[in-house]
Design a protein. Structure first.
Length: 402
């Protein structure tokens, strides 16, 4: 059967139009709309109930794992305080995040310094504050830890290629298993405690099999180092658990079931200590960026519509680089009359285009001044926001329970 262009366009539009009801409940969307009235845009609204729900779900599905929330994903005080009260541990990248946690009276014993790139002075500071668990992936960093945090537990980060992830972490972090093997032996000589192995399969990882590959490498290192008299105690399976964006992902219980199966295939029923470092999967679904349409234009009479928002790459949407993360984007009302649009931010920088190749479909009746709701933007948005590029202040953040 042949279909005309109109059919194809309508079919495509149906799949590129994001209805809020496909991602959040009508009640939640109404709460967001009502909250947005008389509020200056852009801003990020965090639903603390959703943060709590995601944390509880992860704890239920991985009951044997210690949760270390990745503070960098969303360091808002209300988020950190909520998770602290629920008993979470924390993964930090800097001493600035450490100070934030200490202000909330988080015990240093519940903090892991997970960044493998650290100043010697920062290691010294963290150790003096009571942090005794450090990630590493190089001889230089390991020797700094030995000098400034003697006797600490160290875990060694494996290099992963990030295949299957929407936001892969490249080769900046981690080392080859042979290097990890040598680092563990050196750590013992330096009178540190070689404690475990960590890895990160890439953020928003869709291929659950990537955990299988990494866990197999952990098993190899556990066995090989045992032969050298080094008994590792812990595996840090990192982050990578997804949020719900435009492209669907499997539910957390599916990920947890498979990861548990991979662990037991290699380590049996007596698992080592397991750490998980969620960030996106805890905070992502809890946030909505509310933005305003500044301008709608066309570059030519036959060209596509450009929709310029007051939120862009430098205002919290940096993960739209290469259109890697495709957020659900919607308006208050659905319509059958749609137009494909190119979405761009407000700054005087040609890089500030959100989506040009992947075309979102918005209402043809859209006009300047209308609000746009960018859903599931609770992670890696406000914390990425620039300070004053073009004089624009950082993204405003509100929290609410609904």
């Amino acid at each position: 059967m042949l279909y005309n262009d109109s059919y194809h366009n309508n079919f495509k539009n149906m799949h590129r139009q994001n209805k809020a009801s496909n991602f959040i409940s009508k009640k939640e969307f109404k709460e967001i709309i009502n909250f947005s009235k008389n509020k200056k845009t852009p801003f990020l609204l965090i639903n603390l109930n959703q943060i709590e729900k995601e944390y509880d779900s992860l704890r239920e599905n991985l009951p044997y794992a210690k949760i270390y929330y990745a503070v960098k994903a969303n360091p808002h005080n209300d988020v950190v305080n909520l998770l602290h009260k629920k008993g979470s541990n924390f993964d930090i990248a800097t001493v600035y995040e450490l100070n934030q946690l200490l202000d909330f009276n988080v015990s240093p014993e519940k903090i892991s310094y997970g960044n493998t790139i650290k100043k010697e002075a920062d290691i010294d500071y963290a150790f003096k504050k009571g942090v005794k668990l450090f990630a590493t992936d190089s001889e230089s960093d390991l020797k700094k830890i030995a000098r400034k945090a003697p006797g600490s537990k160290v875990f060694f980060r494996l290099l992963c290629d990030g295949s299957g992830a929407d936001w892969p972490l490249s080769r900046k972090f981690g080392a080859h298993p042979d290097t990890i093997f040598n680092l563990a032996i050196l750590a013992k000589k330096l009178k540190l405690i070689p404690y475990g192995i960590s890895f990160h399969v890439g953020s928003q990882q869709r291929d659950i099999g990537q955990w299988d590959n990494a866990i197999s490498q952990c098993k190899y290192l556990f066995t090989s180092l045992e032969e050298k008299g080094i008994s590792l105690k812990m595996i840090n399976i990192g982050g990578g658990l997804p949020s719900n964006y435009v492209n669907p992902v499997k539910s957390i219980d599916v990920y947890a079931k498979e990861i548990t199966r991979f662990l037991k295939e290699d380590f049996g029923e007596n698992l080592p200590e397991i750490i998980v470092e969620p960030g996106r999967s805890i905070a992502g679904n809890a946030g909505t960026i509310v933005s305003e349409v500044i301008m709608i234009s066309q570059k030519s009479s036959e060209g596509q519509k450009w929709v310029y928002l007051d939120a862009g790459k430098f205002g919290g949407l940096i993960e739209t680089i290469d259109e890697s993360i495709k957020y659900p984007i919607c308006t208050e009302k659905n319509s059958k009359k749609l137009m494909e649009v190119i979405l761009a931010g407000p700054t005087c920088d040609s890089m500030d285009i959100l989506y040009e190749n992947y075309k979102y479909c918005l209402n043809k009746s859209l006009k300047e001044g209308d609000k746009i709701y960018i859903l599931h933007t609770g992670a890696y948005t406000a914390s990425y926001s620039s300070i004053c590029f073009n004089g624009i202040p950082p993204l405003e953040v509100y929290t609410k329970r609904f």
